[in-house]
Design a protein. Structure first.
Lengths: 117, 113
């Protein structure tokens, strides 16, 4: 079974500090991508960062970076210099190629992050 | 930029009504998806479509159907709405290049009374 687990339902961080959101996943596939999506309150879900499973180098996008541990099937998101606008629900997800490129995503349960002033 | 538009942000319907949720994308994407989002459960796939008139069940299709008569439009239908279908519904589209992200609409918060 393909699953994604986000074990932290809620987290909070002070503005300007660093926070790490955890994500583990399970798949027997070798060809897949991992994603972190952000859903601000009452706003659209948007992509934060993605990682190709074949790439060992961890992806970074400005203040957002991941720690991808393929053997452990772990894909955590680090947010540096947290800003009030980072307050949102964050979803970890993965996409496998499998027998057809459908683009289907498997999502975790989500982590609600609150950045405090 | 890809734009995915859902027809309503908020919708209130009564038990037993037939409910239509509409989604339109402007990027000529082949694949479109309907998800249901509930607290603690993340996003669960209801149905997806990989071409006009083509559809495939997701993880929770019971009580729902879909229609894709045109490439840009994907509709979710609640045949006879029930209170347990009160939820947030998200539509997404996907361009077909493996690893490209899905693009989401703003969501429809549906309440069934």
């Amino acid at each position: 079974a393909q699953t994604v687990t986000q074990s932290q339902p809620e987290m909070s961080v002070q503005e300007a500090e660093t926070v790490t959101l955890s994500c583990t996943y399970d798949t027997s596939e070798n060809n897949y991508y991992l994603f972190w999506y952000k859903q601000p309150p009452s706003r659209q879900m948007i992509l934060v960062i993605r990682q190709e499973a074949y790439k060992q180098q961890n992806a970074t996008e400005n203040r957002f970076s991941v720690n991808f541990q393929k053997a452990a099937k772990s894909f955590s998101l680090k947010i540096s210099d947290s800003q009030l606008g980072d307050t949102a629900m964050y979803f970890c997800a993965f996409m496998i190629h499998g027998s057809g490129n459908t683009g289907k995503l498997i999502f975790g349960q989500g982590t609600t992050l609150q950045v405090k002033p | 930029d890809v734009k995915v538009t859902q027809s309503s942000r908020y919708l209130v319907k009564r038990t037993g009504e037939k409910v239509f949720l509409e989604c339109v994308q402007d990027m000529d994407h082949e694949n479109m998806f309907w998800y249901r989002q509930d607290p603690g459960l993340g996003l669960r796939l209801i149905y997806f479509s990989y071409d006009v008139k083509m559809k495939e069940k997701g993880d929770i299709p019971e009580g729902y159907s879909v229609s894709r008569e045109k490439k840009e439009r994907f509709s979710l239908i609640l045949e006879s709405a029930s209170t347990n279908q009160t939820s947030m519904y998200l539509c997404a589209s996907y361009g077909g290049v493996f690893g490209q992200p899905q693009h989401f609409g703003d969501g429809t918060r549906l309440s069934i009374l």
